[in-house]
Design a protein around this ligand. Structure first.
Ligand code: HGY
Ligand code: MN
Ligand code: MN
Length: 410
């Protein structure tokens, strides 16, 4: 452990404050590059400035708070952070916790005259959630060189907007080249968003790997017809096709002996009229598995199913890949540092896989990376009921402090 301590009160106050930014009667929503995302970004920048950090923004809108004491200027930084964009009607901890705890760690180190051997940087990556602009983890993917900047900037959102225009409009089309600062190491603190830590009564998760994610958009074209006069045998019902795909995915995942999970999160029917057989259905499929070969098997099995379904039901089915990331393993050295830090603080800890996608999976391509999880109440996330206890939030931030000190001292 070290003699620097964080201010748990300041961290919690900022989490709750940021959790109120972009909230209305429907709930908390700060979709990437939206007006509410701007409000969240502006609030974060104010806090970074108050902490005396240099604020930098790159061309994909990633925000960095940089602390680089003069003797460290030529060194690669230790980077912490996550994201502050949210899903629709979100919880207030997903992403924001990791950014604000990272800020708290740096601000406390700075205030208590810690002398790092390296700069320490907190990052808030653009568009981690991918709800408005696919793919998800976009800002960190561009930062790590996994997606060309211009291709990302040209992305068209679900509302028809163009990301480049939106970043300019909200004032976060920065001037730094993505990747301009190659981290010496990256550590991301995040809520688990799943049930494991709470179920096992553990305080800390030392995350050593993260599962692969396949996002696809499926368009099913049938034939609009009269709901009353058209015999079932003469229908090309796009809505029925969508239902068959949803139940196929669920049954296959439910009965398989693997860890595969499958979700149909978006579904629209056209013309969406009570007495018209749908001519078109558009749906999204989110497939995940910790093993690449399993994920590929699931993608291939779905393709075969779609072919059969199209023939059986006289439908035309097309598939568009929205995002695809392979499973990622993190730095065993940093994972061990997380475990040691938790142990020294008497916090029960276990190694685990992340079911959710995170910016860490992208930054792992360019720097030794690992994650720290704290328990999610009821395993709930991407839901306004998302909650982690104040004690767990502070404990996680203290472990982040210890891990950063251990790496920054080396
Ligand atoms: O989809 C995910 O796992 C992350 O929340 N973007
Ligand atoms: Mn997140
Ligand atoms: Mn999320």
């Amino acid at each position: 452990m070290n003699d620097v301590s964080i201010s748990g009160g300041r961290l919690l106050k900022r989490i709750f404050k940021l959790g109120s930014v972009g909230r209305d009667a429907e709930g908390l929503t700060r979709l990437a590059a939206s007006d509410t995302d701007k409000l969240g970004r502006d609030q974060l920048v104010r806090w970074l400035q108050q902490a005396g950090l240099e604020v930098a923004v790159d061309r994909i809108g990633n925000i960095f708070g940089v602390w680089q004491p003069a003797p460290t200027r030529h060194m690669a930084p230790v980077m912490v952070g996550s994201h502050i964009d949210t899903v629709i009607n979100a919880g207030m901890y997903d992403g924001c916790y990791g950014v604000l705890a990272g800020l708290e760690v740096i601000q406390s180190l700075k205030e208590q005259d810690f002398e790092p051997a390296r700069p320490i940087v907190v990052a808030a990556f653009t568009n981690e959630e991918g709800v408005r602009f696919a793919p998800d983890m976009m800002g960190s993917l561009v930062y790590a060189g996994g997606l060309a900047l211009n291709e990302a900037l040209a992305t068209i959102g679900t509302d028809g907007s163009i990301l480049a225009d939106e970043l300019r409009r909200i004032g976060y089309a920065g001037d730094k080249a993505p990747g301009y600062m190659k981290p010496h190491a990256y550590v991301e603190l995040h809520i688990e968003q799943g049930p494991i830590l709470e179920r096992e009564g553990r305080a800390i998760g030392a995350v050593e790997n993260l599962q692969g994610i396949s996002w696809r958009k499926i368009t099913i074209d049938g034939t609009a017809n009269h709901a009353g006069t058209t015999p079932i045998s003469m229908r090309a019902d796009a809505g029925y096709g969508a239902a068959r795909i949803t139940t196929y995915l669920r049954e296959r995942a439910r009965t398989s002996a693997t860890q595969t999970v499958a979700t149909v999160g978006c579904l629209t029917l056209e013309p969406n009229a009570i007495n018209v057989i749908p001519s078109r259905a558009t749906l999204t499929v989110d497939l995940r598995d910790p093993f690449e070969h399993r994920l590929r098997e699931e993608e291939a099995a779905l393709d075969d199913f779609l072919k059969r379904l199209a023939e059986e039901e006289a439908l035309r089915i097309s598939v568009e890949t929205l995002s695809r990331s392979s499973p990622v393993s993190f730095s065993q050295d940093i994972v061990a540092t997380v475990e040691a830090a938790a142990g020294k603080r008497g916090l029960s800890c276990r190694r685990m896989t992340s079911g959710a996608g995170h910016d860490a999976q992208m930054i792992a391509a360019v720097a030794p990376t690992a994650m720290i999880f704290v328990p999610s109440a009821g395993g709930i996330s991407h839901n306004p009921a998302e909650h982690s206890s104040e004690a767990d939030l502070i404990a996680g931030a203290r472990v982040l402090l210890d891990v950063v000190c251990a790496i920054a001292r080396r």
